[in-house]
Design a protein around this ligand. Structure first.
Ligand code: CTP
Ligand code: CA
Length: 236
């Protein structure tokens, strides 16, 4: 697949790509969000479309210019805000999909309760703590349940190294934990990954073994990921 330059190798395939970053409401006017621009996810959707796939893009708070670009080439776009909405939209589309790629930055936690009215400050008083609860892991669920036989499930891992291990060590552990077929690991922080036009990923299989590397524009990285998917996609 790496040599065919993408000419229609995903023709007649249905793929779902989630992109962007979820927002978890704190009150009617505030949310907990993250720095994902969604550009790598949109690049994945556009690349799949160019390779012939029928694409559903589950767009978490994407810039309208990005979703317009996707719609213009015939990609189905489902706009979502929260992790719960993203989960329903992805699972609905995944029932008929050959491939699901979870490129969205999904909030790990959400406020346990969301008041109907704006939270007010009281002069001289500190804020009340916000209790958080954990969101379901959409990727791990898809990987472990497989909504369709033979479906290829792909995740992303944005990592910073820390005292516990390097970017790649964290990536390998995550690949084994998630149960996805492929995990694209990239280093973030210090200007890498978020809101930049280039990216660099190491693609691991479910056992944490490296199967490929891809770098360059987000479109080039997207094509590298689709090459790796095409290599393991069961024949129709
Ligand atoms: N993901 C998901 N649902 C969540 C959290 C993450 O589907 N509730 C997906 C992301 O879309 C990504 C992958 O899981 O494809 C890895 O996300 P990441 O945040 O790196 O992993 P976590 O398991 O959340 O681990 P941590 O944030 O603690 O590193
Ligand atoms: Ca996370």
């Amino acid at each position: 697949a790496a040599t065919d330059d993408g000419a229609g190798d995903l023709a007649a395939r249905r793929v779902v790509v989630s992109a962007g970053g979820t927002r978890e409401p704190i009150d009617p006017v505030r949310f907990i969000g993250n720095r994902s621009s969604g550009r790598q996810g949109v690049a994945l959707a556009l690349a799949a479309r160019a390779r012939g796939a029928q694409v559903t893009l589950v767009a978490a708070n994407l810039d309208v210019a990005l979703t317009a670009q996707a719609r213009a080439v015939g990609i189905d776009v489902a706009d979502v805000e929260t992790a719960a909405q993203l989960r329903s939209a992805v699972r609905e589309a995944a029932g008929a999909a050959d491939v699901v790629v979870m490129a969205a930055a999904v909030a790990d936690f959400r406020p346990a309760a969301v008041p109907d009215a704006k939270i007010k400050k009281v002069p001289g008083e500190g804020p009340a703590p916000i209790e958080l609860v954990q969101n379901p892991d959409v990727l791990a669920e898809l990987a472990h349940q497989r909504l369709r036989a033979g479906q290829v499930v792909v995740g992303f891992a944005a990592e910073t190294g820390d005292a516990e291990g390097t970017v790649l060590e964290h990536g390998r552990a995550k690949a084994r934990r998630k149960g996805a077929d492929l995990l694209a690991v990239n280093a973030v922080g210090g200007g890498r990954g978020f809101a930049v036009d280039t990216n660099e990923v190491t693609i691991l299989d479910g056992s944490g073994e490296e199967v490929a590397r891809a770098s360059g524009t987000k479109r080039a990285v997207a094509d590298g990921i689709w090459d790796a998917v095409a290599d393991i996609l069961p024949a129709t």
